[in-house]
Design a protein. Structure first.
Length: 333
């Protein structure tokens, strides 16, 4: 008997490839990836090279493929996006992050297929309105993202809420507001890689690591806080939401505990038994006005929904990433 099929858009990307790896290892679905691999030298193709995905679909052929596969398709996990917060092409960003999401939503709604998609903590803007993930229309309308990426994600969150309130929604659906995710298979992301991946070469080579100096009196140098979440935890939550029979909402994905960049850098050094060696450098003036000093996911709504799994600590997560992947000859999952 044939297995049900799950389509993962962005399935060769960072979070998407980790979802594909988990589902392929489980073996209870046929996993289909839709993505662009681009330059082979960037190594993005290596993110899925170890896993027996059953099909690979070019984005331009996506809806033709869907029309031929819908009877076996169990649902869509939509991770495909322009994920750079500094992407200069706003048209490209809105097409990838809103228009495609809207069309996939409509497709799943019309055919009663579950739909889970990637939102972002960037929708919260400067954080002055807090980080609770209440997803009523007025709350979503009140958010003020700081860049086109965050706006495109916020726009689709609002679209999903309005469509659901009108009764035009997939049978189960969830948006996932990812906070600062780190872990294997992010190497193709360049400047958008996690801080762990960016500082690792210096740690490996016995060099000192630069971090931004604080330009606020209430934060120490390196004391800027983020909610760092290991990609395995992100995958756990995405798949849990995907496999709920009647979920409908937008939920945070973080640990619920903010930690400093200094903590993160120190954990990277400790993972290879080195004493931390950190230099603090001035933050570029261009980014100071919109720089976030604090993010922390409020996880109470997803906990109330019944999600009970613990999140890995920063130290354990960084140790796993460094020793199991970054320090290995083959760092791919």
């Amino acid at each position: 008997m044939s297995k049900p099929v799950v389509l993962i858009t962005g399935g060769a990307g960072f979070i998407g490839s980790n979802i594909a790896a988990r589902l392929c290892a489980r073996g209870d679905y046929e996993v289909v990836v839709c993505d662009r691999l681009r330059d082979a030298a960037d190594g993005k193709w290596r993110n899925i090279a170890k896993h027996g995905v059953s099909d690979f679909v070019a984005p331009d052929a996506l809806f033709d493929w869907l029309d031929g596969a819908h009877r076996r398709l169990d649902g869509i996990i939509h991770m495909g996006a322009v994920s750079s917060t500094t992407e200069p092409d706003a048209d490209r960003t809105i097409h990838a992050n809103f228009t495609l999401s809207r069309d996939l939503w409509s497709w799943c709604s019309a055919r009663s297929k579950p739909f889970v998609y990637a939102s972002s903590a960037a929708t919260y803007g400067d954080g002055s309105l807090g980080f609770d993930d209440a997803d009523g229309e007025e709350r979503l309308k009140s958010l003020r993202p700081l860049n086109a990426y965050g706006w495109s994600k916020a726009l689709f969150d609002l679209y999903a809420r309005r469509e659901a309130d009108r009764g035009d929604a997939p049978p189960s659906w969830a948006g996932v507001k990812f906070f600062n995710v780190y872990g294997p298979n992010e190497y193709h992301k360049g400047a958008m890689r996690s801080v762990v991946a960016q500082v690792w070469p210096r740690v490996r080579d016995g060099e000192r690591v630069p971090l931004f100096r604080s330009h606020r009196n209430d934060y120490a140098d390196g004391g800027q806080l983020r909610d760092f979440v290991h990609v395995d935890d992100a995958v756990d939550l995405v798949l849990w939401l995907f496999e709920q029979e009647q979920v409908a909402g937008i939920y945070n994905c973080g640990t619920g505990k903010a930690r400093s960049f200094a903590d993160l850098a120190e954990a990277t050094f400790r993972a290879v038994d080195r004493e931390p060696a950190i230099d603090y450098v001035d933050m570029p003036e261009a980014i100071r006005p919109n720089y976030q000093y604090f993010t922390e996911a409020d996880m109470s709504r997803v906990r109330a929904l019944g999600y009970g799994r613990p999140f890995v600590t920063l130290e354990d997560g960084v140790h796993d990433y460094v020793t199991g992947y970054l320090a290995q000859a083959d760092p791919y999952k």
